[in-house]
Design a protein around this ligand. Structure first.
Ligand code: 0PR
Length: 350
């Protein structure tokens, strides 16, 4: 079976937040396949590389002395951020306030951590600050903002979210898992340098073009990460902050390789190309009478009345739908203009 099995090629994938890894990332992943950054005493090189990865992520997110680590993905990073917030507070009845479009990993985090997740409605696809403010109270441990939402690619007003968190002495966590490698080239206020953000998720294995698994958790201050420390009696290191034990050295090494190759010029070029593609697609769909949402970042959602996904799927296209039923195209680095041209031509065929 394995001999004949081919991984999904990316030629018609418009639904994914993963992409083709940069060639240097692919090579680094292979070289570091058998290393475990979870045991830095034994695997020193990969531990050094992880510090380098965190330094790059700090550079990208306006944090001069970053603390953090390379997680298995955005889900782990979000969960760990909520765990920091919960452990740091002394309430018995913790809650987290997030906009309704926060990724479902926060639902998992709330369940695992025994924290109540309160979600506020959005206005025009962004957090509605009045609705958010109504939900916070003295038991709120974290207020979440999304910088590049999964469904629409919109950016919440992060400075207002950070201000709200401060009013109740809660942490402010920003989920830039997908948007983080596009946002540095926009005018948005989204990172540690723009607002009093405490923790952030930013995933090299998405727009960062690293190999899976490479998520990123960053904290403004090392003491925040200390909230996660668990003693490790028989390892050379004395404690561990990560959620998983054994971790992927391939993910860590490929994250460094991708960022070394692409930050900042390569990512900037990618942003320009992907954003131009998203604008082009949005124009094509509007011209055909569809209601288009965005694009604010390179992600286009549009109301298409045809029963599209099955038929398009038969033609090899992989597109997804928003919760409201709109077609959703994520303009990842592998999504080229010629791909979008043939996609639009196939839409016209119906
Ligand atoms: N935060 C945001 C804003 C996300 O978009 C995602 C994933 C996460 C957190 C969680 O990240 P991990 O999946 O790395 O744990 N968003 C995509 C989604 O759920 C993930 C995805 C990736 C889906 C590739 C499909 C796919 O082919 O839709």
């Amino acid at each position: 079976m394995l001999q004949r099995a081919e991984p999904q090629d990316f030629e018609r994938v418009l639904s994914s937040m993963c992409t083709v890894p940069h060639p240097s990332a692919r090579e680094a992943a292979e070289r570091f396949l058998a290393t475990n950054p979870g045991d830095p005493g034994t695997y020193e090189t990969v531990a050094d590389l992880e510090r380098e990865a965190v330094d790059y992520l700090g550079d990208i997110t306006g944090l001069s002395d970053p603390a953090g680590y390379v997680a298995s993905g955005g889900t782990e990073a979000n969960l760990q951020a909520i765990r920091i917030a919960r452990n740091r507070s002394d309430t018995d009845d913790p809650n987290v306030v997030a906009p309704v479009h926060a990724h479902f990993s926060f639902t998992k985090a709330a369940d695992v951590l025994g924290v109540e997740l309160r979600t506020a409605p959005a206005t025009d696809y962004r957090a509605n600050m009045e609705a958010m403010a109504e939900l916070v109270d003295e038991d709120t441990v974290c207020v979440v903002g999304v910088a590049g939402s999964t469904e629409y690619g919109y950016v919440d007003p992060i400075p207002a979210i950070a201000d709200l968190a401060e009013t109740v002495d809660a942490l402010c966590h920003v989920d830039a898992a997908w948007g983080g490698f596009y946002l540095p080239f926009t005018d948005h206020d989204w990172h540690f340098g723009h607002a009093d953000v405490d923790t952030m998720t930013i995933d090299p294995h998405k727009v960062g073009q690293a190999a899976v698994p490479a998520g990123g958790l960053l904290a403004r201050d090392r003491s925040l990460l200390d909230e996660l420390a668990v003693e490790t009696p028989y390892l050379e290191s004395t404690d561990q902050l990560t959620l998983t034990g054994t971790r992927s050295g391939a993910g860590v090494a490929s994250a460094v390789a991708a960022m070394e190759s692409l930050w900042p010029a390569g990512y900037e070029q990618q942003y320009e190309t992907s954003m131009a593609n998203a604008d082009w697609l949005a124009d094509q769909l509007s011209a055909r009478g569809h209601d288009v949402v965005g694009p604010e970042l390179p992600l286009v959602a549009a109301d298409l009345s045809m029963p599209m996904t099955d038929e398009l799927r038969d033609r090899g296209w992989r597109v997804s739908k928003t919760g409201a039923g709109e077609m959703r195209v994520v303009c990842m680095p592998h999504v080229t203009r010629s791909m979008l041209r043939s996609f639009v031509a196939d839409l016209d065929w119906y």
